[in-house]
Design a protein around this ligand. Structure first.
Ligand SMILES: *[C@@H]1O[C@H](CO)[C@@H](O)[C@H](O)[C@H]1NC(C)=O
Length: 215
Protein backbone atom coordinates (compact mmCIF):
# COMPACT_ATOMS: atom_id res chain seq x y z
CA UNK A 1 0.00 0.00 0.00
CA UNK A 2 2.66 2.48 1.10
CA UNK A 3 4.85 1.57 -1.86
CA UNK A 4 1.88 2.14 -4.22
CA UNK A 5 1.45 5.64 -2.82
CA UNK A 6 5.18 6.23 -3.13
CA UNK A 7 5.04 5.06 -6.75
CA UNK A 8 2.02 7.30 -7.52
CA UNK A 9 3.74 10.22 -5.81
CA UNK A 10 6.88 9.80 -7.91
CA UNK A 11 4.75 9.35 -11.04
CA UNK A 12 2.81 12.54 -10.25
CA UNK A 13 6.03 14.51 -9.69
CA UNK A 14 7.54 13.14 -12.92
CA UNK A 15 4.42 13.93 -14.94
CA UNK A 16 4.08 17.43 -13.51
CA UNK A 17 7.65 18.16 -14.63
CA UNK A 18 7.25 16.58 -18.06
CA UNK A 19 3.74 17.97 -18.74
CA UNK A 20 3.49 21.48 -17.34
CA UNK A 21 0.28 22.17 -19.26
CA UNK A 22 -3.39 21.23 -19.03
CA UNK A 23 -4.20 17.53 -19.29
CA UNK A 24 -6.55 16.10 -21.92
CA UNK A 25 -10.20 15.71 -20.90
CA UNK A 26 -11.42 12.18 -20.16
CA UNK A 27 -15.09 12.96 -20.92
CA UNK A 28 -17.08 15.33 -23.18
CA UNK A 29 -16.96 18.08 -20.57
CA UNK A 30 -16.52 18.72 -16.87
CA UNK A 31 -18.29 22.00 -16.17
CA UNK A 32 -16.77 23.42 -12.98
CA UNK A 33 -18.89 23.28 -9.84
CA UNK A 34 -17.88 26.45 -8.00
CA UNK A 35 -19.68 25.29 -4.83
CA UNK A 36 -17.84 22.01 -4.35
CA UNK A 37 -15.77 21.89 -1.15
CA UNK A 38 -13.43 19.34 -2.77
CA UNK A 39 -10.00 20.54 -3.89
CA UNK A 40 -8.61 18.86 -7.00
CA UNK A 41 -6.18 19.77 -9.79
CA UNK A 42 -8.64 21.86 -11.84
CA UNK A 43 -12.20 21.99 -10.56
CA UNK A 44 -14.81 19.39 -9.62
CA UNK A 45 -17.42 18.59 -12.34
CA UNK A 46 -21.03 19.48 -11.77
CA UNK A 47 -23.71 16.89 -12.60
CA UNK A 48 -23.70 16.68 -16.45
CA UNK A 49 -27.54 16.48 -16.41
CA UNK A 50 -27.68 19.97 -14.86
CA UNK A 51 -25.36 21.55 -17.44
CA UNK A 52 -26.82 24.43 -19.51
CA UNK A 53 -25.68 26.36 -22.59
CA UNK A 54 -24.80 29.27 -20.29
CA UNK A 55 -22.12 27.10 -18.68
CA UNK A 56 -20.25 27.36 -22.01
CA UNK A 57 -20.86 31.06 -22.62
CA UNK A 58 -20.03 34.58 -21.46
CA UNK A 59 -20.71 38.05 -22.86
CA UNK A 60 -19.36 41.58 -22.89
CA UNK A 61 -16.10 41.03 -24.73
CA UNK A 62 -17.06 43.75 -27.24
CA UNK A 63 -16.62 46.30 -24.44
CA UNK A 64 -13.27 48.07 -24.06
CA UNK A 65 -11.43 47.61 -20.77
CA UNK A 66 -10.61 50.69 -18.69
CA UNK A 67 -6.99 51.63 -19.50
CA UNK A 68 -6.81 54.57 -17.04
CA UNK A 69 -3.99 53.10 -14.95
CA UNK A 70 -0.21 53.39 -14.58
CA UNK A 71 0.59 51.10 -17.54
CA UNK A 72 -2.20 52.19 -19.91
CA UNK A 73 -3.62 48.75 -20.66
CA UNK A 74 -6.36 46.43 -19.42
CA UNK A 75 -6.65 42.67 -19.79
CA UNK A 76 -10.19 41.25 -19.74
CA UNK A 77 -9.93 37.49 -19.11
CA UNK A 78 -12.28 34.76 -20.29
CA UNK A 79 -11.01 31.67 -18.50
CA UNK A 80 -12.53 29.01 -16.26
CA UNK A 81 -13.40 31.71 -13.71
CA UNK A 82 -15.74 33.31 -16.30
CA UNK A 83 -16.85 30.16 -18.21
CA UNK A 84 -17.20 27.12 -15.93
CA UNK A 85 -17.41 24.87 -19.02
CA UNK A 86 -13.73 25.57 -19.82
CA UNK A 87 -12.75 23.28 -16.94
CA UNK A 88 -10.44 20.48 -18.25
CA UNK A 89 -10.50 21.83 -21.84
CA UNK A 90 -7.07 23.50 -21.86
CA UNK A 91 -8.02 26.77 -23.57
CA UNK A 92 -9.03 30.32 -22.69
CA UNK A 93 -9.14 33.83 -24.12
CA UNK A 94 -8.31 37.43 -23.22
CA UNK A 95 -9.13 40.82 -24.70
CA UNK A 96 -6.38 43.40 -24.23
CA UNK A 97 -7.07 47.13 -24.57
CA UNK A 98 -4.26 49.66 -24.87
CA UNK A 99 -4.35 53.44 -24.48
CA UNK A 100 -2.00 55.31 -26.84
CA UNK A 101 1.57 54.25 -25.86
CA UNK A 102 0.17 51.91 -23.20
CA UNK A 103 2.02 48.69 -22.37
CA UNK A 104 1.13 45.24 -21.11
CA UNK A 105 4.21 44.96 -18.89
CA UNK A 106 6.68 42.02 -19.01
CA UNK A 107 4.94 38.95 -17.63
CA UNK A 108 4.75 35.19 -18.05
CA UNK A 109 1.98 32.56 -18.07
CA UNK A 110 3.20 29.54 -16.11
CA UNK A 111 0.66 27.21 -17.71
CA UNK A 112 0.07 28.43 -21.29
CA UNK A 113 1.39 29.38 -24.68
CA UNK A 114 -0.42 32.37 -26.17
CA UNK A 115 -1.46 33.27 -29.72
CA UNK A 116 -2.44 36.92 -30.18
CA UNK A 117 -4.03 38.87 -33.01
CA UNK A 118 -4.36 42.64 -33.37
CA UNK A 119 -7.92 43.85 -34.05
CA UNK A 120 -7.13 47.56 -33.99
CA UNK A 121 -3.94 49.63 -33.97
CA UNK A 122 -0.28 48.61 -33.92
CA UNK A 123 1.62 46.75 -31.21
CA UNK A 124 5.32 46.24 -30.61
CA UNK A 125 5.45 42.74 -29.07
CA UNK A 126 8.22 40.46 -27.93
CA UNK A 127 9.43 37.64 -25.72
CA UNK A 128 12.82 36.70 -24.26
CA UNK A 129 14.27 33.20 -24.53
CA UNK A 130 15.53 31.38 -21.45
CA UNK A 131 19.11 31.37 -20.08
CA UNK A 132 21.82 31.62 -21.17
CA UNK A 133 20.89 33.33 -24.48
CA UNK A 134 18.09 35.61 -23.20
CA UNK A 135 17.48 36.58 -26.81
CA UNK A 136 14.73 39.14 -27.43
CA UNK A 137 12.45 38.09 -30.28
CA UNK A 138 10.21 41.01 -31.19
CA UNK A 139 8.37 42.77 -33.98
CA UNK A 140 5.69 45.33 -34.74
CA UNK A 141 2.22 43.94 -35.47
CA UNK A 142 -0.50 45.72 -37.39
CA UNK A 143 -4.22 44.98 -37.63
CA UNK A 144 -4.75 41.31 -38.55
CA UNK A 145 -1.21 40.22 -37.69
CA UNK A 146 -0.74 37.25 -35.38
CA UNK A 147 2.10 36.48 -32.95
CA UNK A 148 2.89 33.56 -30.64
CA UNK A 149 4.35 33.72 -27.13
CA UNK A 150 5.75 30.30 -26.13
CA UNK A 151 4.72 28.88 -22.75
CA UNK A 152 6.51 30.26 -19.71
CA UNK A 153 8.60 32.88 -21.52
CA UNK A 154 8.62 36.53 -20.39
CA UNK A 155 6.75 38.68 -22.92
CA UNK A 156 5.17 42.12 -23.37
CA UNK A 157 3.15 44.30 -25.75
CA UNK A 158 3.27 48.05 -26.36
CA UNK A 159 0.85 50.22 -28.30
CA UNK A 160 3.03 52.09 -30.79
CA UNK A 161 0.17 53.87 -32.54
CA UNK A 162 -1.45 57.23 -31.80
CA UNK A 163 -4.91 55.74 -31.19
CA UNK A 164 -6.19 52.95 -28.98
CA UNK A 165 -5.18 49.37 -29.77
CA UNK A 166 -7.14 46.16 -29.21
CA UNK A 167 -5.91 42.57 -29.29
CA UNK A 168 -7.49 39.17 -28.69
CA UNK A 169 -5.33 36.31 -27.48
CA UNK A 170 -6.01 32.61 -26.98
CA UNK A 171 -4.12 30.65 -24.32
CA UNK A 172 -3.51 26.92 -24.00
CA UNK A 173 -4.87 26.57 -20.46
CA UNK A 174 -8.24 26.94 -18.76
CA UNK A 175 -6.30 28.90 -16.11
CA UNK A 176 -3.05 30.23 -17.64
CA UNK A 177 -1.96 32.24 -14.59
CA UNK A 178 -0.02 35.51 -14.85
CA UNK A 179 3.22 36.48 -13.17
CA UNK A 180 3.95 40.17 -13.78
CA UNK A 181 7.70 40.44 -13.32
CA UNK A 182 7.82 43.86 -11.62
CA UNK A 183 4.96 43.00 -9.24
CA UNK A 184 6.39 39.59 -8.32
CA UNK A 185 9.93 40.86 -7.77
CA UNK A 186 9.37 44.33 -6.30
CA UNK A 187 5.81 43.99 -5.02
CA UNK A 188 5.79 40.66 -3.17
CA UNK A 189 4.09 40.54 0.24
CA UNK A 190 6.11 40.53 2.38
CA UNK A 191 9.00 42.14 0.49
CA UNK A 192 11.90 40.09 -0.82
CA UNK A 193 14.87 41.35 1.22
CA UNK A 194 16.52 44.43 -0.31
CA UNK A 195 19.92 42.66 0.11
CA UNK A 196 18.76 40.00 -2.32
CA UNK A 197 17.27 42.42 -4.84
CA UNK A 198 20.24 44.84 -4.66
CA UNK A 199 22.63 41.99 -5.46
CA UNK A 200 20.36 40.30 -8.03
CA UNK A 201 19.76 43.51 -10.00
CA UNK A 202 23.17 45.09 -9.19
CA UNK A 203 21.42 48.17 -7.80
CA UNK A 204 21.94 50.50 -4.87
CA UNK A 205 19.62 49.55 -1.97
CA UNK A 206 17.96 52.96 -2.06
CA UNK A 207 16.87 52.33 -5.64
CA UNK A 208 15.52 48.94 -4.54
CA UNK A 209 13.50 50.63 -1.76
CA UNK A 210 12.21 53.16 -4.28
CA UNK A 211 11.13 50.38 -6.67
CA UNK A 212 9.50 48.41 -3.84
CA UNK A 213 7.50 51.51 -2.87
CA UNK A 214 6.09 51.69 -6.42
CA UNK A 215 4.73 48.14 -6.49
C1 LIG B 1 -11.54 54.03 -15.21
O1 LIG B 1 -10.66 53.88 -14.11
C2 LIG B 1 -10.36 55.11 -13.45
C3 LIG B 1 -9.27 54.81 -12.44
O2 LIG B 1 -9.61 53.73 -11.62
C4 LIG B 1 -11.62 55.67 -12.84
O3 LIG B 1 -11.33 56.91 -12.19
C5 LIG B 1 -12.65 55.91 -13.97
O4 LIG B 1 -13.86 56.32 -13.40
C6 LIG B 1 -12.87 54.62 -14.75
N1 LIG B 1 -13.69 54.92 -15.93
C7 LIG B 1 -14.77 54.22 -16.21
C8 LIG B 1 -15.49 54.64 -17.46
O5 LIG B 1 -15.17 53.30 -15.53
Amino acid sequence: MASNFLFLGILAITLSVALASDHSPLQDFCVADPNSPLLVNGMVCKDPKLVQANDFSSSGLHMAGNTSNAVGSKVTPVNVAQIAGLNTLGISLVRIDFAPWGINPPHTHPRASEILTVLEGSLHVGFVTSNPENRLISKVLNKGDVFVFPQGLVHFQKNVGYGNAVAIAALSSQNPGVITIANAVFGSKPDISSDILAKAFQLDKNIVYQMQSRF
